[in-house]
Design a protein around this ligand. Structure first.
Ligand SMILES: NC(=O)c1ccc[n+]([C@@H]2O[C@H](COP(=O)([O-])OP(=O)(O)OC[C@H]3O[C@@H](n4cnc5c(N)ncnc54)[C@H](O)[C@@H]3O)[C@@H](O)[C@H]2O)c1
Ligand SMILES: O=C(O)C(=O)C[C@@H](O)[C@H](O)[C@H](O)COP(=O)(O)O
Ligand SMILES: [Zn+2]
Length: 356
């Protein structure tokens, strides 16, 4: 089992990458004497619930699978479930599912009685490599991604890549896009490694999956530590591809395009725009597009069927924006992302109108 510690302001927690059963003592110690409620969804629970129950009996509360869970009614249902169980602040919540379960359960745990401890037990590649770490929680509202949320850091994260064996290929590829993101932001060597090993990783190579999760969470942990609440620009880099990506998800209808698919297209667009602005070489943009395409991810707006005219208004609502400017994360080359001061709207409009 591999272990790293995240120092998120005054919160300190471990991320364990290894078999769930090998981490049992850590989970038991954390839950000691507390009622433990597992927020999960039917597919994950039927596939993997028995493994969790065998380690540590917990009370499962079901939410719908996928993005559909991230809304006000399901947040309220979860709060009702906590209330029906008469949970007090000595209870603990475990999020057992993908990023959607983690985001919803994290928000409910953060809000309920002003905060119950949460353990993240991610079951998708995306959640293991990215969403389970860092404490961002959210639901979608008014058609916008992650409009309502808070920071609520987990007490422990356990990522067991054997859980990914039951994940379908499309979901795996979506998660893979977020892994590629870590290479593109700061770690060119990770991107090179993925160019060589990505296909085998997606085909089921367990050691490569573990390495990809480990490299991603290590990179994420260091970035989160530098900017826990996403205020000084360091953490904004984790949003690479997301200004375009979130707009694409919303324009397609939330839950239609996978988050990772949208982020993959968004990263290609961010490279194409950076190249068009003379910030990076066109060869870099070509290389990124070629890799994502080679593993079967969509790489163009055209493939999504969304109305490209809908994108700019959605991008204006992005959380990184300040003073009315759309502050995209752009690139000076693979491994060299940076937060721009803002891209002029006429430039963006023309780029979006002609992008592939
Ligand atoms: N908080 C963050 O930092 C952060 C980071 C990245 C993404 N996100 C959010 O995460 C969400 C996407 O999460 P996701 O990609 O993990 O997908 P998801 O949670 O929406 O789950 C996708 C599908 O995978 C299935 N599934 C989950 N685990 C499985 C398993 N082990 N075997 C078989 N099927 C399984 C689910 O039933 C569901 O159908 C988005 O809402 C995104 O905004 C949050
Ligand atoms: O942890 C972060 O910070 C991220 O930006 C990670 C992203 O992959 C993730 O999709 C996050 O939920 C986006 O957050 P938002 O602030 O753009 O809603
Ligand atoms: Zn993301």
């Amino acid at each position: 089992m591999k272990n790293l510690t995240v120092e998120a302001g005054d919160q300190r927690y471990d991320v364990l990458v290894g078999r769930l059963e090998d981490c049992r003592s850590r989970l038991v110690a954390l839950a000691a004497g507390r009622p433990l409620v597992a927020v999960t969804e039917p597919k994950v629970w039927s596939l993997h619930g028995p493994r969790l129950q065998a380690m540590l009996p917990c009370d499962p509360v079901m939410v719908p699978e996928g993005e559909e869970a991230k809304d006000w009614p399901h947040l309220m249902e979860l709060i009702s479930a906590f209330t029906e169980r008469n949970l007090d602040r000595s209870a603990a919540i475990a999020a057992f599912g993908g990023g959607s379960v983690g985001d919803l359960a994290g928000l409910a745990a953060g809000l309920f009685k002003r905060g119950l401890p949460i353990v993240q037990l991610p079951t998708t590649l995306l959640a293991q490599a990215d969403s389970a770490v860092g404490g961002k929680t959210a639901i979608d509202a008014l058609g916008q991604k992650n409009l309502v949320g808070m920071f609520h850091q987990p007490r422990l994260v356990i990522a067991d890549v054997s859980l990914l064996d039951s994940l379908d290929k499309r979901q795996l590829r979506g998660g893979y896009a977020e892994v590629v993101k870590y290479g593109l932001i700061r770690h060119e060597t990770l991107f090179e490694w993925l160019e060589g090993h990505g296909p085998a990783l997606l085909d089921g190579h367990r050691e490569y999956r573990e390495e990809a999760v480990w490299q991603s969470v290590a990179a994420k942990a260091r970035t989160v530590e530098a900017d826990v609440t996403d205020r000084n620009g360091a953490r904004a880099l984790l949003n690479f591809g997301h200004t375009f990506g979130h707009a694409l998800e919303s324009a397609a209808g939330l839950g239609t395009l996978l988050h990772g698919e949208a982020v993959g297209i968004g990263m290609v667009l961010a490279f194409d725009l950076s190249a068009a602005l003379g910030l990076c070489a066109h060869d870099d943009a070509t290389r990124v597009r070629a890799h994502l395409q080679s593993v079967g991810l969509p790489v163009t707006i055209a493939e999504t069927g969304v109305d490209r005219a809908a994108l700019l208004p959605l991008m204006r609502a992005d959380k990184k924006n300040e003073g009315g400017a759309v502050r995209l994360v752009l690139s000076r080359g693979i491994g060299h992302a940076f937060l721009s001061e803002g891209v002029a709207e006429d430039v963006l409009a023309e780029f979006l109108a002609t992008a592939a």
